[in-house]
Design a protein around this ligand. Structure first.
Ligand SMILES: [Zn+2]
Length: 225
């Protein structure tokens, strides 16, 4: 099988300095979800995208798709995407994220095509100002996409830059569809989503300060619930 060592790497959340930063292992985060040890389970259960086997979505004339066991070649890359590796700049900021923020991160990991890794440069943190959603555990900032700094992503000529740019576009598309995400801001602009799913772009003139503050990272924010 293609599993084994790869799984260990994929399912470990690491910090930039190499220390483990698995959400849910911090006593301080226990209040966000009852059940303690059960908290880890969703990451393992949903860390693997199950693809289309058994859902009738397998092309190529295979009948009885539910009988197929792992040998089907999927036509679409996203059907067998390796979950995105999450690297935390500050390990302690992995703790205290709201459940809906954790869900959004897990959804991002399995559903955003070509997104191989992200550096979360900020997660749950002390308030930077009034109403800072990071302080509520409702936001993460992505400082790198596939290892490439968001700040120079659009003009980067580094190896993998094209793939990273495509991943960033896919990330934006995913965010619009994800039911938990209500705000997305990065170097290329941003938007707010209301409770009905309507998206309103941030206005460059009116929201200049906000947009200028997101030239070197992508901010993903979830509903309060
Ligand atoms: Zn942010």
């Amino acid at each position: 099988m293609e599993t084994g060592s790869a799984d260990k790497r994929i399912w470990t959340w690491v910090s930039e300095d190499g220390k483990h930063a698995a959400a849910g292992m911090c006593p301080g985060s226990a209040g966000t979800k009852p059940g303690g040890g059960g908290e880890e389970q969703p990451y393992d259960d949903h860390g693997r995208y199950l693809g289309t086997v058994g859902q009738g979505g397998v092309s190529g004339g295979i009948s009885g798709g539910s009988e197929v066991r792992g040998k089907v070649t999927k036509p679409k890359e996203e059907a067998q995407k390796v979950p995105t590796t999450v690297i935390w700049k500050n390990a302690e900021e992995a703790h205290g994220l709201k459940p809906q923020m954790q869900d959004a991160v897990q959804s991002m990991r399995r559903d955003v095509s070509k997104l191989d890794s992200v550096l979360i440069s900020s997660g749950r943190r002390e308030p930077l100002g009034a109403g800072d959603p990071h302080a509520e555990g409702r936001a993460v900032d992505l400082g790198r996409i596939n290892g490439i700094p968001v700040a120079g992503l659009e003009t980067s000529t580094a190896p993998g830059a094209d793939r990273a740019r495509e991943a960033a576009r896919n990330l934006g598309d995913w965010a619009k569809e994800n039911p938990d995400v209500n705000q997305f801001i990065g170097p290329k602009g941003g938007w707010n989503k209301d409770g009905k799913g309507n998206i309103t772009p941030l206005a460059p003139a009116k929201q200049k300060v906000l947009l200028d503050g997101h030239k070197d990272h992508i901010h993903i924010n979830v509903f309060r619930k």
